[in-house]
Design a protein around this ligand. Structure first.
Ligand code: ADP
Ligand code: TYD
Length: 213
């Protein structure tokens, strides 16, 4: 089973993915947790280029897109496919939907082109389930500001830009869910961490059982 985690920045994907990983491992599943961009030695080098916004300020959106796809191609071939082929469970913190939401809906790149590129990069591998942590973009920004130790009273221009961008990303996720509602498992992300995890486990258990039948 291939399970991905999606949502805007700060929605709690890493937190929930780590908790689910620990739980499934304890329950005896052959489970692997990975993340994007990165997850392989080559992918981690690509991640460093992508996230180095101090040095790489002139990166073109098309370059950014291709680097995300390059990191993903390596991850799918080196890690995800082999583990699924062994019958294991793979949890991935972000996957192809992030490219559609961020590069497509966020930055306005052509969705049809993105889909073709994604099919090429992933060999057509799609998640069985995508956990969506549904968080209001304003709350997401507040969490990121808190994590960065910014003064939460002070609202600056960069925050406004960031908020407008994340609103487009959020709307993008809504559109992606509407296209394929059966694949997505939407969870309200504003509640207590343990409560969200309980709901996630309960809903996934039902899906696991349904697949065994
Ligand atoms: P993501 O991987 O989606 O960016 P993280 O799991 O890294 O999100 O969480 C971002 C920040 O929000 C972290 O500081 C984390 O401790 C905090 N956080 C995660 N889940 C919750 C929650 N349900 N309520 C409040 N804060 C949370
Ligand atoms: P990361 O530090 O992993 O953020 P998060 O904890 O929110 O997942 O940084 C990943 C950033 O890259 C995040 O802002 C989303 C973005 N991203 C894309 O724009 N496109 C993609 O295809 C992927 C995988 C991530």
């Amino acid at each position: 089973m291939f399970i991905t985690f999606e949502g805007i920045d700060g929605s709690g994907k890493s937190t929930q993915a780590k908790l689910l990983y620990a739980y499934l491992r304890e329950a005896g599943y052959d489970v692997l947790l990975t993340r994007e961009p990165g997850g392989t030695p080559i992918g981690d080098q690509i991640r460093a280029v992508l996230l180095d916004n101090m040095a790489n300020t002139t990166m073109h959106p098309s370059t950014e897109l291709l680097l995300f796809c390059a990191s993903r191609a390596q991850l799918v071939n080196e890690v995800i496919q082999p583990h699924l082929a062994r019958g294991g469970v793979v949890l991935c913190d972000r996957y192809a939907d992030s490219t559609l939401a961020y590069q497509g809906y966020g930055h306005g790149l052509n969705l049809k082109t993105l889909r073709q590129l994604l099919t090429f990069a992933t060999g057509g591998l799609k998640p069985d389930v995508t956990v969506y942590l549904d968080l209001d973009p304003v709350e997401g920004l507040a969490r990121r500001r808190k994590a960065r130790l910014f003064n939460s009273e002070e609202w600056n221009r960069l925050d406004d830009m960031e908020l407008a961008f994340h609103r487009r990303v959020y709307a993008g996720y809504e559109a992606l869910i509407a296209e394929a509602p059966r694949r997505w498992l939407r969870l309200p992300a504003a509640g207590d961490i343990a409560h969200i995890q309980d709901t996630l486990r309960g809903t996934l258990a039902k899906k696991f059982k349904a697949r065994k039948r």
